[in-house]
Design a binder for this molecule. Structure first.
Ligand SMILES: Nc1ncnc2c1ncn2[C@@H]1O[C@H](COP(=O)(O)OP(=O)(O)OP(=O)(O)O)[C@@H](O)[C@H]1O
Length: 233
């Protein structure tokens, strides 16, 4: 934790067809075209921020990538494979929201180990994985705590560790820090960047905070009324 390591070499471009590709993706709610013919590529290991005002369609785009919204047009592909027939839980993507939605009846360790258990880890292998994840998010030794006694920032770290524990190939982050106060947000933004870099996980970060996007992401794309605009390195 701490420090901002440089991103993985070669993770900056996505022209190879590797990683995620949204092609001409639209999502409609009745007359409203919430996501309007969006093209977006995320290379393996790359973190892309989607920045835009409230209601511009950011969350809907994430949900479409996750397979939680039907597409009115276009395709979502991973390594060139169309995911249309792949259910959400089979896509290998994890989602993390503003409110980390921890399981209040489970210890921190059980929360963090949840995804790893789904991957089949048990016993000492599971314990080692939980310890690794807790270390990754700066919460070593807190495994037996009740998550609801942790601060908001600590809870978000647990949520992040739990998401990473599922071993996702892509993590979808929907305003993961916006419930926190500014000081904590700035600190956790730097931590989030280093955790994503250390784990080599591809990510899409949705936010309306320009500074947060700049700190966390390799690339920032602007969304406005359902459409993606400029790309700034
Ligand atoms: N299930 C739904 N049914 C109808 N309209 C919806 C639904 N979900 C989202 N919308 C509408 O789609 C548009 C985009 O919403 P979305 O939540 O994607 O925006 P957002 O950019 O993530 O906003 P915020 O930053 O406030 O979370 C909004 O006009 C919203 O009202």
């Amino acid at each position: 934790m701490g420090g901002v390591p440089s991103r993985l070499a070669g993770a900056r471009t996505s022209g190879s067809g590797k990683g995620l590709r949204c092609e001409d993706v639209s999502v409609t709610f009745g007359e409203l075209r919430a996501v309007d013919h969006v093209d977006l590529a995320v290379a393996p290991g790359e973190v892309v921020a989607v920045l835009g005002p409230s209601g511009c369609g950011k969350s809907t785009l994430l949900r479409a990538v996750a397979g939680l919204e039907p597409l009115a047009s276009g395709r979502v592909l991973w390594h060139g494979e169309d995911l249309a027939g792949t259910a959400t839980h089979r896509r290998g993507f994890a989602m993390m929201f503003q409110d980390g939605q921890l399981f209040g009846h489970l210890s921190v360790a059980r929360n963090v180990g949840y995804g790893a258990r789904l991957r089949g880890l048990r016993g000492s292998a599971l314990d080692a994985e939980v310890a690794r994840l807790l270390d990754l998010v700066g919460l070593s030794g807190r495994g037996e705590d009740d998550p609801l006694t942790l601060s908001g920032g600590q809870q978000q770290r647990v949520a992040l560790a739990r998401s990473l524990g599922a071993g996702p190939r892509l993590i979808l982050l929907d305003e993961p820090l916006s419930a926190l106060d500014r000081e904590l947000r700035e600190r956790l933004a730097a931590d989030l960047r280093s955790v994503l870099a250390d784990s080599g996980t591809s990510a899409i970060l949705v936010t309306h905070d320009h500074g947060e996007a700049e700190v966390i992401a390799d690339r920032v794309v602007q969304m406005e009324a359902g459409r993606l605009a400029s790309t700034a390195p």
